[in-house]
Design a protein around this ligand. Structure first.
Ligand code: NAG
Ligand code: NAG
Ligand code: NAG
Length: 435
């Protein structure tokens, strides 16, 4: 009882503290965003907190550290990071993971769409099949969900809503794919799962079974799902059996490279809103390893090995970012070779799709990219747009000036974030007109 009161009291203090974090002024429904931002930060905090089982040490740590910088808003997140490090437990992804698991929906069919959970070559998928009788073969969309590679499922309510509506509006077959995640399975388990599910679906006999038009198939995803969609599209376009079966890719605020964690957007939006640089780095590193040395080095942008020097030209924001996004940020050459352990994944285009060279890039299909202004991942998307355009790929780019990362995950009735609804509508309209 005493503990609960203590927790509640502490949460109130934290909420009051985080709610004062700066949020860009042009953001729509700013108080809703503010509250969500504060809740996410508290979740991160309490994740830590519960793991400590309210030990006295963590309590004193939590209470004493915030007070000196209570009014210094720029310190919000570095403070949070300090707290995490001081308490010495980094399990907040488990708290998010638990919350997200509570949000799993059942496969519920409605008057227009039959929804079923099944497997494609052993990989769990959720299938949305229109009920309407149709003379023509249907379009198909393969959706890969976000969640920083570590959390989430295509069965979470925002994705279920999105995929259902896509199937309904486009009269299309939609496939949501789930894939293995850390801490049980690390990179490249996720991409291997997706590739086998997608290749299963793309077989002629399976496409025929679902009456899918093999010339009108799109691979799409948001955030880390955008990474996976971009990577899978690249892999299929290099595969003689499948290269003609992908008409388009749609990437919603995708993560596209781990090489440079000091892009202008990384610096400008490191405290969020919603996605902080600290959390993003920790989660992405967790996709590769539990070793804390990797996120620590990545935070300082000193995580890449010596032999990666030649790859930096592929992600150089100084070359590829339009001037208006560079502001006064100065490009600095990376410091290499500081990590003792080397992770081959850091050089792998399945984690950083920006790492493919121009001749590979040229093979890519029609591409739709949504970037958000107030998003640490903004520059990844912008660099991909430039590189694709440079080699003549047909790219449609929507930049959302008041956009924030993760908005699409907040479209269910519980949050109903208008920005998320706008992104959903843009995405579905683009597919309707281009697929
Ligand atoms: C089914 O489709 C009709 C016609 O497009 C639409 O008016 C109706 O809202 C749809 N029902 C659901 C549950 O989405
Ligand atoms: C990045 O681009 C800038 C300017 O275009 C150039 O000066 C710098 O050498 C490049 N660095 C790398 C690693 O490609
Ligand atoms: C581009 O990358 C592919 C695959 O890694 C390689 O086979 C090819 O030689 C490279 N092309 C150029 C021009 O570097």
């Amino acid at each position: 009882m005493g503990c609960r009161t203590l927790c509640f009291g502490l949460s109130c203090i934290l909420f009051a503290y985080y709610i004062s974090a700066p949020i860009p002024e042009n953001v729509e429904e700013i108080w809703k965003v503010r509250a969500l931002d504060a809740l996410i930060k508290i979740t991160s905090f309490t994740g830590k907190w519960f793991r400590c089982q309210l030990s006295f040490q963590s309590f004193s740590c939590a209470v004493c550290v915030p007070s000196p910088c209570f009014f210094d808003s720029a310190n919000h997140c570095s403070l949070q990071a300090t707290l995490f490090e001081n308490i010495g437990l980094m399990k907040y992804e488990e708290v998010f993971s638990t919350l997200v698991k509570l949000d799993i929906t059942k496969p519920v069919s409605d008057q227009n769409i039959t929804v079923t959970d099944t497997t494609f070559s052993g990989i769990p998928v959720r299938l949305y099949l229109p009920k309407r009788k149709s003379e023509r073969q249907r379009r198909a969309v393969i959706y890969l969900h976000g969640g920083a590679f570590v959390i989430g499922s295509c069965k979470n309510s925002p994705y279920d809503l999105l995929n259902r509506e896509t199937a309904n509006k486009l009269d299309a077959v939609v496939v949501g794919v789930d894939f293995r995640q850390p801490p049980q399975y690390y990179f490249p388990a996720a991409i291997e799962d997706i590739l086998s599910a997608v290749k299963f679906f793309l077989q002629d006999k399976i496409l025929e079974r679902y009456r899918v038009d093999p010339t009108r198939i799109c691979i799409t995803g948001d955030s880390s799902g955008g990474t996976l969609a971009a990577a899978v599209t690249q892999l299929l376009k290099n595969d003689p059996v499948f290269k003609n079966k992908i008409k388009a890719q749609a990437l919603i605020y995708p993560f596209l490279q781990i090489l440079d964690s000091f892009t202008p957007s990384h610096q400008e939006y490191k405290h969020g809103p919603l996605l902080t640089r600290d959390i993003a780095i920790k989660m992405v590193c967790l996709y590769l390893t539990r070793d804390e040395a990797l996120p620590q080095a990545t935070n300082k942008n000193q995580h890449m090995p010596q032999e990666s020097r030649h790859l930096f030209k592929l992600v150089n924001w100084s070359t590829f970012l339009p001037d208006k996004y560079k502001k006064n940020y100065i490009y600095t050459e990376p410091i290499l070779g500081r990590l003792d352990v080397s992770y081959p994944a850091l050089l792998d285009s399945r984690l950083s799709p920006l790492l493919v060279n121009d001749s590979q890039l040229q093979k890519l299909p029609l591409t739709y990219i949504i970037t958000c202004q107030h998003d640490i991942l903004r520059d990844d998307g912008l660099i991909y747009v430039t590189r694709l355009q440079n080699v003549g790929v047909n790219v449609v780019h929507d930049h959302i000036e008041d956009g924030i990362h993760g908005a699409l995950s907040l479209i269910s009735p519980r949050f109903y974030l208008l920005l998320g609804i706008r992104i959903k509508d843009k995405y579905i309209n683009w597919l309707e007109e281009n697929l």
